[in-house]
Design a protein around this ligand. Structure first.
Ligand SMILES: [Zn+2]
Length: 197
């Protein structure tokens, strides 16, 4: 698709929104009130609002390769801080996906450059869970590491000072671990209980 077509598509989309709700853009331009922070993978096949069927304004989004929450990543921490302390979202959704290229690269272990460094977090997850992974075939192992990565990133998000302070102050805040299946478009709740983390 030519980039010129994107501008045509954009006009069409804006007109469709107005047809459904003539005040859609005027009310959005005043303020945002999202109730969800989405921490997901940058993968182009996992488009946040589309898969949740939510309109603009309903979800605050942070995406990076393999949906990692690193305590040294000011970008992710800033997004969590702003979402929790200013927007007062009630749900943080850490969403991974099966078939994640970042997870695969971490499993293969030979990715050079920045991406290789970025994925070291997942390489640690693989090492830490080697007993649980050792009897699985390649596909089962791939799926399991995608799930374990979500679990680990939920733990990382939970242990940030931002979330710990919010819970200390009795904020109504829940962290969810979900996984998306690219091959059928279905989201799954991994049911990660805060108390078991
Ligand atoms: Zn991915």
């Amino acid at each position: 698709m030519d980039t010129k077509d994107i501008f045509k598509n954009n006009k069409k989309w804006a007109q469709e929104q107005l047809k459904n709700n003539p005040k859609f853009f005027t009310s959005l331009s005043k303020q945002q009130h999202p109730n969800y922070l989405w921490i997901g993978c940058s993968d182009s096949r996992v488009p946040t609002n589309q898969i949740m069927n939510l309109p603009a304004g309903d979800v605050f989004v942070h995406r990076n390769i393999a949906n990692i929450v690193a305590h040294t990543d000011f970008n992710c921490l800033s997004a969590i801080e702003y979402a929790v302390e200013v927007l007062k979202v009630e749900h943080i959704i850490v969403c991974g996906h099966y078939g994640c290229g970042g997870v695969k690269a971490a499993m293969d272990g030979n990715t050079p450059g920045y991406v290789g460094n970025w994925l070291s977090n997942i390489k640690d997850i693989i090492k830490l869970n080697k007993d649980e992974l050792k009897d699985l075939n390649e596909q089962e192992k791939y799926n399991k590491v995608c799930e374990l990565n979500v679990l680990e990133q939920v733990k990382n998000a939970s242990s940030t000072t931002i979330v710990q302070n919010a819970w200390k102050n009795n904020a109504n805040l829940t962290i969810h671990g979900w996984i998306y299946c690219i091959s059928d478009g279905i989201l799954h709740d991994l049911k990660l209980d805060k108390n078991t983390l």
